[in-house]
Write a protein that binds this ligand. Structure first.
Ligand SMILES: Cc1cc2nc3c(=O)[nH]c(=O)nc-3n(C[C@H](O)[C@H](O)[C@H](O)COP(=O)(O)O)c2cc1C
Length: 370
């Protein structure tokens, strides 16, 4: 094992036409600091700017439309006020030489009528998730969503296209389509949540139709080399969402199509988010990586040692770190010097103001954003 300072993981790398300072990606982290209009706060520019030593930052999941919302206090990108608030955030990252992609989100059934003026959330089929939604009045049980009409689906593709254009207007370097963690796109992919009988349900080809239409619309805005996608074939949360019954075949077909489109990267949650790296029999992330022509971002419980080993084996290109970035804005420097990592108490993960969010110092004091 090489010494940390000589780590290849921490050396610059070129992905597509982007030059990354290192192979560490800041994973998307919902922090629930936005207002009721989905406008992120001014101090989010400090938070993201402080973390600009990552090779690439992927923002917290960001709603593509009002219909997309599933959690109180999460940001959006559909309105011009939201774009105006994202712009200084992007600029703070760029000022320190960083790169930042926006994660495009529609929560589907992982939502609650409180976030939709009393109307039901939408989903491929009227099947309720298990568990509770995060509303302005605290946690509330998920409800049975309304199944989308066939004719409504192209309109959601257009919402993604619009959000992609808005992200461009805000100055982002690219976008990540959030097709992971059992939100709307993955609800269409899995037969456990998609029981449709129209052209968006049934066969694998039909279940992939909407997610692939979304990807193509976003690529039309950005070009394929500025679009990545996040997938999580082995994750059952939130909502205790059962895996697809043909999970291997479904995701092989999906990744083959994404490869054909020529996306910049696939960002795979290996195992169950935050819980385990174990995967059920048959799911093989290396197989997915080999099928894909672009870069592979590996995620879930990575340490520098595991990233080193994985890179040496040729099994990933980039490594995204989630929780370690919460309290370590200078994570890359700490990894480089084997410095201890701070841990963010859970009370600061979601909701609140700048405390426990943009006030974590670097190991040598506050980080200058100039
Ligand atoms: C507070 C918190 C918020 C998260 N928000 C998102 C999100 O908005 N989008 C997403 O795709 N994943 C989200 N995740 C999952 C992380 O991106 C990542 O997959 C997970 O934390 C595992 O990586 P880690 O072991 O490096 O933390 C979140 C995780 C945490 C802890």
């Amino acid at each position: 094992m090489s010494t940390p300072s000589a780590s290849r993981v921490l050396q610059p790398v070129t992905i597509g036409d982007l030059q990354l300072k290192n192979r560490i990606v800041m994973a998307p982290l919902t922090r629930s600091r936005s207002n009721d209009d989905g406008v992120p706060p001014g101090f989010a520019a400090d938070y993201y700017g402080q973390r600009a030593d990552a090779g690439l930052i992927i923002t917290e999941a960001t709603n593509i439309s009002a219909q997309a919302r599933g959690y109180a206090m999460t940001p959006g990108i559909w309105s011009d006020a939201q774009v105006a608030a994202w712009r200084p955030i992007v600029e703070a990252v760029h000022r320190r030489g960083g790169l930042i992609f926006l994660q495009l989100w529609h929560t589907g059934r992982i939502s609650h009528p409180d976030l939709h003026g009393g109307e039901l959330p939408v989903a491929p089929s009227a099947i309720a998730a298990e568990g509770q939604a995060f509303t302005n009045d605290g946690l509330k049980d998920f409800v049975t969503p309304r199944a989308l009409e066939t004719a409504e689906i192209p309109g959601i593709v257009e919402d993604y296209r619009h959000a992609a254009q808005q992200a461009k207007a805000a100055g982002f370097d690219g976008v990540e389509v959030h097709a992971a963690n059992n939100y709307l796109l993955e609800q269409f992919i899995r037969d456990s949540t998609n029981r449709r009988t129209d052209e968006y349900g049934g066969s694998i080809e039909n279940r992939l139709r909407f997610p692939l239409d979304v990807v193509r619309a976003v690529v039309e805005v950005w070009g394929a080399k500025r679009v990545g996608i996040r997938i999580s074939p082995a994750t059952t949360e939130p909502g205790k969402t059962p895996l697809d019954s043909q999970v291997v075949q479904t995701f092989d077909t999906f990744v083959d199509a994404l490869s054909e489109i020529g996306l910049l990267y696939i960002h795979d949650i290996e195992g169950v988010t935050q819980q385990t790296r174990d995967v059920p029999d048959g799911i093989d992330f290396q197989n997915l990586r080999k099928r894909f022509s672009g870069a592979y971002i590996a995620n879930n419980q990575y340490t520098l040692d595991l990233a080193e080993e994985t890179l040496a084996n040729g099994d990933a290109d980039l490594f995204s770190f989630g929780r370690p970035f919460l309290a370590n804005p200078d994570l890359v420097d700490r990894l480089r010097t084997s410095a201890p990592l701070a841990e963010a108490p859970k009370q600061y993960w979601y909701g609140g103001g700048s405390v426990g969010y943009s006030d974590w110092p670097g190991m040598n004091g506050p980080i200058s954003l100039k």
